[in-house]
Ligand binder design. Structure first.
Ligand code: NAP
Length: 262
């Protein structure tokens, strides 16, 4: 079955893969035959998760530390990656996201404390948008020299429709802008770029932070009347980075149980 994806022995880098959605994507790609590099800011966790993913499957894995919001740290990540993969990178998944902080996510612009205004916007932007750009910057030369690659960006439905707190909306909308530029400019190198706009996905960062009433209220928002599972995101990601979507680039695929319908 894994043959239909065209991913056997390809090298994938997944940022923010030590838990939640990133981990599920890394597991799914390993299942489909990819060698996978797992990264987060925690070296020990990245190594532990990489080992667990590799142990259960016959693929190579490595756990590396990087802060995606820091250019030097991302450069260091790619130096280690290139040593491990002999300069090969077929798939990049820009998943690392700023930790869910309800006060930033849920405070409308006019109610933001003035002393926090710039900081809140910059903090989220630096991880989600700048981080995606820095990782893409390092990935492009590797993909261009091999004339091929796929980049998947993890955005969110607020980037399409807005939400209560603007910092997250703005950062994820910037990620979509980056995706469109990359798709347009690097298609001639056979590099495809797409994005997922996620709705409510059940991870420790979201579901586990809410009481029962909060969990149920968000489930009720979606026509499917439930939260999505990280594994469901993993399967959709697999579609967009595999041969199953070989003529698809520059697109946003909404994974939210039907709340946003376009
Ligand atoms: N869960 C949802 O409902 C939902 C909805 C829409 C979009 N999303 C997006 O999906 C992605 C994953 O979300 P999640 O719920 O799985 O989050 P999560 O459980 O908080 O996991 C985030 C991952 O990113 C890493 N990370 C955070 N900041 C980083 C940085 N500066 N550099 C490198 N790694 C960093 C974390 O590890 P360390 O903290 O150890 O670095 C962790 O591995 C995010 O981009 C999020 O915005 C999620």
């Amino acid at each position: 079955m894994s043959g239909i994806f065209g991913l056997k022995e390809q090298v994938a880098l997944v940022t923010g893969a030590s838990r939640g959605i990133g981990r599920a994507i890394a597991e799914t790609l390993a299942e489909a035959g990819c060698d996978v590099a797992v990264t987060s800011r925690n070296a020990e966790e990245s190594r532990r998760v990489a080992e667990e993913i590799g142990r259960a499957r016959s693929v190579r894995t490595v756990g590396l530390r990087a802060d995606v919001s820091n250019q030097e740290s991302v450069r260091g990540l790619y130096l280690q990656l290139c040593t491990w993969s002999s300069d090969r990178l077929d798939i990049l998944v820009c998943n690392a996201g700023y930790p869910m902080r309800p006060e930033i996510w849920n405070t409308p612009l006019h109610a933001t404390p003035p002393a926090k205004l710039a900081a809140w916007y910059q903090e989220v932007f630096n991880t989600d948008a700048l981080g995606s750009m820095l990782c893409t910057f390092e990935a492009l030369p590797l993909m261009m020299s091999k004339r091929g690659g796929r980049i998947l960006y993890i955005a969110s439905t607020p980037a399409l429709e807005g939400y209560r707190g603007a910092p997250y909306t703005m950062a994820k909308a910037a990620v979509l802008g980056l995706m469109r530029d990359v798709a347009r400019e690097y298609g001639k190198y056979n590099i495809r770029a797409n994005a997922l706009a996620l709705g409510n996905i059940r991870t420790p960062a979201t579901f586990d932070q809410l009481d029962k009433a909060g969990q149920e209220a968000l489930a009720a928002e979606a026509p499917l009347r439930r939260w999505g599972a990280p594994e469901e995101v993993g399967k959709t990601a697999l579609f967009l980075v595999s041969d199953l979507s070989s003529f698809v680039t520059g697109q946003v695929l909404v994974v939210d149980g039907g709340t946003v319908r376009r």
